[in-house]
Design a protein around this ligand. Structure first.
Ligand SMILES: Nc1nc2c(ncn2[C@@H]2O[C@H](COP(=O)(O)OP(=O)(O)OP(=O)(O)O)[C@@H](O)[C@H]2O)c(=O)[nH]1
Ligand SMILES: [Mg+2]
Length: 292
């Protein structure tokens, strides 16, 4: 394949599919919208472009523009009334400069955006029948991107409980399919990392975990020990910082459930960060330091 400069583009081999899961308002849909919109990339970014691969994903870009850039709030994703109807699946292609030679590399991924209500049902909601098809679907994918609102540490205990149940349910399904548990990859992304309570810890994610999410950390460590599967923690922000000294590009609109809810303050200077690293890791099992 040739790109617009006539150079070749190589597809990076790896697992293309993953599921995005996390509590309500953790920022999943915004994350995907910001990723595919990819506004104001830094000059020195190794990421050359992010392109939608289908119409549904193209619509996400318009969603990002309409909702985020005009300062309106995102509508939460709802569980379909029919439990057999799956949430939207997004496909996109990330083009990276090749570190070791000529041409670009391309990373194609497909991701399903589960509504946060699912996460709550895991902890004993009143509609458990809704969970079954989602969990079955989740167990088909080779990896999980778990999104946790980094500012909402009050929910630590609840996240830990939901994750314990998720682990058990996935383990039932994977073992029934004779799938090796140690091949399953789990990326944990703490969102809204431009907020001071998270940003302060940006160079020490372990300290952040120990202070803000100790129970979640213990649950995930136990999970990865029991399955012997790779896990990795990341920080990300769909809104990003602006200016120097950097300030969060954020304006609070209303407090929701202990979580900070708001919009991008200056859309013109919108530059998200940390969006591609977890995906690259899920896809390849490796880290590319240039993506931080
Ligand atoms: N500060 C900040 N807020 C964010 C960021 N990303 C999303 N939000 C806010 O978080 C709220 C929820 O975002 P959504 O993307 O709808 O969250 P979701 O996880 O898809 O929620 P459900 O669909 O209900 O599961 C929105 O009001 C966003 O403004 C971010 O990077 N920083
Ligand atoms: Mg959503």
């Amino acid at each position: 394949m040739f790109n617009r400069f006539g150079r070749t583009t190589q597809e990076i081999q790896g697992s293309n599919e993953f599921r995005l899961i996390g509590a309500r308002t953790s920022g999943k849909t915004t994350y995907l919208a910001a990723l595919v919109h990819w506004p104001n990339a830094p000059e020195n970014s190794p990421i050359e472009a992010v392109d939608p691969l289908d119409d549904e994903t193209g619509r996400l870009i318009r969603y990002a523009q309409d909702i985020l850039e005009t300062g309106n709030q995102m509508a939460g994703s709802l569980l379909p009334l029919d439990p057999n109807e799956m949430p939207p699946s997004y496909s996109l292609s990330i083009r990276l400069q090749n570190r070791f030679g000529r041409g670009d590399k391309r990373l194609n991924i497909t991701c399903k955006d589960y509504p946060g209500e699912l996460f709550e049902q895991l902890r004993g909601g009143n509609r458990p029948e809704l969970l079954e098809p989602y969990l079955d679907d989740c167990a088909i994918a080779p990896g999980l991107l778990l999104m946790i609102d980094g500012t909402n540490h009050k929910e630590d205990r609840n996240y830990a409980q939901a994750l314990t149940i998720l682990q058990n349910e996935l383990s039932l399904r994977l073992t029934a399919q004779d799938r090796p548990l140690n091949r399953y990859r789990i990326a944990i992304a703490f969102s809204k990392a431009e907020q001071a309570t998270v940003w302060l810890y940006r160079n020490d994610i372990n300290q952040f975990l120990g202070k803000k999410f100790p129970q979640t950390q213990r649950t995930i460590t136990r999970w990865s020990r029991q399955w012997r599967c790779p896990i990795k923690y990341f920080f990300c922000s769909a809104f990003g910082m602006k200016g120097n000294p950097p300030k969060p590009n954020f304006r609070e609109t209303q407090g929701g459930n202990g979580a900070k809810v708001g919009v991008i303050n200056r859309p013109k200077f919108w530059r998200p960060f940390g969006l591609v690293s977890p995906i690259y890791w899920l896809h390849t099992g490796k880290e590319d330091r240039r993506l931080h």
